[in-house]
Write a protein that binds this ligand. Structure first.
Ligand code: ADP
Ligand code: AMP
Length: 215
């Protein structure tokens, strides 16, 4: 199964992607995670991406499509993949179609996790992540069991730099201007599934599995 998760920053793409990738036994590919790993390692790619991420802007397409093409050519993507946070612009979506077409493949479904802006702002400002293993929490909706340390590895959870108030607003503007048009792009191709992202995490997972024919 070749899946794309669409939705505003904070809609719950990463949360659902971890669960779905495990259930469907396909790799979870998050361009945001790839950029953050590069920033942590201090690579040239990381340095370039950081300039954009820190100000709530999208990383330019020419940088982003290259890393996705490399990742999709790895053997673990042969039987499917789950893209989280890519594509985020129409040119990225066209590029993805082209790359897959050359491999005799295509996207099966684009799943839009629909969440209104007021809920997004609460989600992003309350999001905490484990800097060691990457698990995502929310201080109210989905807190770590023991206060502010990760359930998995007991590392202290932190707030992402781009989840600070002023950057959140900029990311939302970028979403509406550059990413939201992808909803119609996939609708016109008959590949769009929409789920109500304000429901409970487990309920959303069930709806997605049902919609893609896996119960
Ligand atoms: P995205 O990957 O789309 O940016 P995340 O998966 O990181 O979003 O989720 C953003 C925040 O919202 C996190 O703090 C997460 O714990 C929380 N969250 C995710 N899904 C839900 C949900 N269905 N209900 C309430 N909170 C959620
Ligand atoms: P995410 O973890 O998906 O919220 O992504 C964090 C940040 O990485 C975004 O705000 C963008 O700056 C950048 N980013 C991630 N994926 C993409 C993409 N497909 N295109 C452009 N920028 C991206």
């Amino acid at each position: 199964m070749r899946l794309i998760l669409l939705g505003a920053p904070g809609a719950g793409k990463g949360t659902q992607a971890v669960i779905l990738a495990e259930k469907l036994k396909i790799p979870h590919i998050s361009t945001g995670d790839i950029f953050r790993a590069n920033i942590k390692e201090g690579t040239e790619l990381g340095k370039k991406a950081k300039e954009f991420i820190d100000r709530g802007a999208l990383v330019p397409d020419d940088i982003t499509v290259g890393i996705v093409k490399d990742r999709l050519s790895k053997p673990d993507c042969k039987n499917g993949f789950l893209l989280d946070g890519f594509p985020r612009t129409i040119p990225q979506a066209e590029y993805l179609d082209d790359v897959l077409c050359k491999m005799n493949m295509s996207v099966d479904y684009a799943i839009n996790i629909d969440v209104p802006d007021d809920v997004i702002i609460k989600r992003l400002s309350g999001r905490r992540v484990c800097p060691a293993c990457g698990i995502t929490y929310h201080i109210v909706n989905n807190p770590p069991q023991q206060g502010d340390v990760c359930d998995g590895c007991v590392t202290g959870v932190v707030q992402r730099d781009d989840d600070k108030e002023e950057t959140i607003q900029k990311r939302l503007i970028a979403y509406h201007e550059q990413t939201e048009p992808l909803i119609d792009y996939y609708k016109n191709k008959g590949k769009l599934i929409v789920v109500d992202g304000t429901k409970e995490i487990e309920e959303i997972t069930s709806e997605i599995l049902k919609a893609i024919g896996v119960v």
